[in-house]
Design a protein around this ligand. Sequence first.
Ligand code: SF4
Length: 201
Amino acid sequence: MYRVNEIFFSLQGEGFWTGTPMVFVRLSGCNLRCPFCDTNHAGYEELSAHEVVRKALDAGGDCRRICLTGGEPSLQTDAALLSAFHEAGYTVHMETNGTRLLPAGVDWVTLSPKEDVPGLMGDGRVVLERADELKLVFDGTLPEERLAYWSAFPAPWHFLQPCDVAVPARNREILRRTISFVETHPSWRLSLQTHKLLGIR
Ligand code: SF4
């Protein structure tokens, strides 16, 4: 059984697949605590792999692309869940903090490392050795040497995403620094939380 917070259909708001319809399967629980985390870690229902896929089909209609997210989806994702999705014709994405090795069969891995997050609780060290995209949440203060470290991480796409903060003036400054970094480091691209800008999930 899998502990599932929610399953919903929307457009991917961030990174390489921005604008692409996806079914989001939010799995409960995380091995880290980030100060800015807005995930509901409490409520969940326990579902079998078949029931998870059934709910994804109900939510997404003809869409056959899902994103396993969380929480930290690697805590629960296993071969049985991936097989159930593949048998139903899905391409499986996962958004992970990279602190755990992944089962074979995830079709697109988005690594969003948290090891540089100030005030992080838990061991955020990344053990993944590659990803399909790296998405680094940027608060405007990350030292140049850490940005250089992540620049060298083996992923074909590197996205810098300004941290979504509540104070508008600070938010603008973070955005300015993010754009400045991308302009001077053109192997990176800007990622925005477009779903929040659009007022969708
Ligand atoms: S890794 Fe993600 S889900 Fe876990 S605490 Fe941090 S922001 Fe929240």
